[in-house]
Write a protein that binds this ligand. Sequence first.
Ligand SMILES: [Fe+2]
Length: 464
Amino acid sequence: MSDKAANAVERVFALLKNAENQDYIGEPISQLAHALQCGEFAAQSGASDDEVIAALLHDIGHLCAAENAAKMGGFGIDSHHRIGGDFARELGFSECVGALIEGHVEAKRYLVAKHPKYLNELSDASKETLKRQGGPMSDEELQQFESHPQFKTMLKLRTWDDRAKLIEWPGPKPLPNLESYRAMMIKNISESFQRAGARWGIAAVAALAIVAHAGNAEAYRPFEGTAATVNNRGEFGLAMGTGETFDRAGNGFILAPFIQFSFGILPRTSFNLGVRDSIPVGPMGGRRRVPTVRSALALKYLFRDGTLQGKTGLSIGGEIDALLPDVNARNWAGGCGTFIVSNRWTWGTIHLNQTAGYTRLHNFDLQTAAILEGPIRWAVRPVGELYFEQEFERVTTTAALVGALWRVAPSFVIDLGLRGIRLDAQSINEGRVAFTTQYITEARIGFSWSTQMWEPAPKVTASR
Ligand SMILES: [Fe+2]
């Protein structure tokens, strides 16, 4: 691990040393001098190691960005704060370092909005980039920024950044060189690796113990449809149907366990893997009782933050599913795409889903789902779902679900549901199309649980 840390620090040093002769975006000093001055101002004010490193690396995004990264005219790399934050995280620096780097541009937009005089204190280059970074924050952005756990440090970093443009270092002590930060940086990376390792260990235990931990438990059970929400970055979700039973033509089936893993790896995106065993328990007319395993991989993306994300207006999401062929069943792969719109009021929440796809039996398929939930503040809230699916040339499904969600802890929700289904099947017998109607009831019970596997990504407003 220490090798990895040492290599990461070498990479950073190489970039900064390379910048010794590079001017600092329209300012009269070099990138390296700007970084060193900023780091030293942080150290002088008694900042923590995380803060000093963030100060030193806050503009690394200008230096590490890809050749073809978008530029702000002659004023460096567009989104350099985000590029730099992600770069620091990739190298293994603590999440705090990444978040502070990412926040330094937002801090400028914040200060200009809060203290109009601050604008006059900015250098011409800084004024110019401000325009391209979104200008002063709106009221909503101000509020959101203030709720960031590192908000105050981001503002402090900004002041060090603004001061770190001295043509001559005034002394009395000489400006510390890069080398003086090596041990601090290696320690920071090594410790954050250790913390990440410990987190995975704890999470493995937690998955067994089902401890309540910070998270949102947003996996959507017991519904067919889903909500316009995605996992936070670093959030792992587990949803499980501890038991579902249904009866089909006198044969009992247990659908257990339905398991869904979801991971928030990229911003605004969840990756889901759902697995479901179907175990026949009835007589099956003398046929063998072979369990089948059904699985699907999904990618869910949040297009618009809305009431489900604490903002105003509709939450809008989309999901693409790869339906993998069932194990022990004769079918193939399929796929579908879903458009999801959700809105929350004080009295309840509605989610609308429209799906179009191609089934495992290779029929076109349309699904519409409407989920209605009671008030989110209730510990136990009633829920319902109306569902309609047309698998062309095969079957039409109409279903209604009533149930309840019990939020035992913020990250742990138990679900219960009773679902009535009408199946209108279409089959071809001796060249004739025959229609049969069947009624089925299903009981659904399960839970969803989530945990933050590593520190949350900063919720800093986009400024592009
Ligand atoms: Fe800077």
